[in-house]
Design a protein around this ligand. Sequence first.
Ligand code: SAM
Length: 316
Amino acid sequence: MPADPAFDAAPPVADPLPVDAIARSLRIAAGDADGQDYPAATLYVIATPIGNRADITVRALACLVRVDAVAAEDTRTARQLLHHYGIDKPMVAAHRHNEHEAADALVARIAAGARIAYVSDAGTPGISDPGARLAAAVRAAGHRVLPIPGPSALTTALSAAGLPEGPVLFVGFLPAKAAQAATMLKSLVATAAHLVFYEAPHRIVDTLTAIGSVFAGRRCVIARELTKRFETLHRCEVEEATAWITADPQRRRGEFVVIVEAPVDDDDGGLAHALPILEKLGAVLSVSEAASLTAEITGVSRKALYAEALKLRAAS
Ligand code: SAM
């Protein structure tokens, strides 16, 4: 591989851990982070890691150090997380089942001048997680709600999926009942956007099977265990997704984001653009391999490409 002058010019890294830079960022974040400080009488909605604990932001840590109390979806999970960073704070439970009542007590504390943090179990509160009701109650009472952004499985999956730029619709979890899930999927078929679903391991096979039948001809990305040891991102035709996930029991473990790619908006499904590539690959590979590889490169349906590859082979 030829040398890249931009990289060659970079000085060698003496210490693989930029400890000074991290300490400097923490000092900045703890003080006046880019002109935004930590006002009193405020709810801080803080995103936390979705797996890798190193993904907490320095601003989140600085904020957690400053607050008077932490309201959490699960106080045990939050305590473990804070403990990992050497932070100890009074905790209050605020989950789906008590968010309303918890909000009243927290609004009263904020009205008295407290800084309160809210953290869900993982990722960004309010994204398939509690936190929205509390934020609404604090805002309705005339107090400030300050977001401290950070990880979310939604943005993490999208950032590595490599999809064509365009609108994205976050669906989250499908309804638990199969009939309702199928109705919701069907209602999304004509939506001209990438569709993002969350799924748990015990339902991933059913969900991928339903997606495979409703969105036939489209492609999907299965993002599993993001930021964790067994992180996997697999892109395939939706019809192939169930076979892929059932081929190895390990693939069904963990947490999932499934992205169904937006329909290709040109009349022929992108075929015209893909044909020259298919023709070149078809000259050196089998029909099946050429179709699969062209689908991988172009995002066009493998089924359509396979049919075209057969025609090309017959004509040659
Ligand atoms: N608030 C979180 C966020 O911002 O992403 C989502 C919480 S929701 C209760 C949990 C779901 O998010 C999981 O079932 C899975 O679909 C997705 N998820 C969370 N962490 C994940 C990870 N590390 N890899 C893949 N999906 C993940």
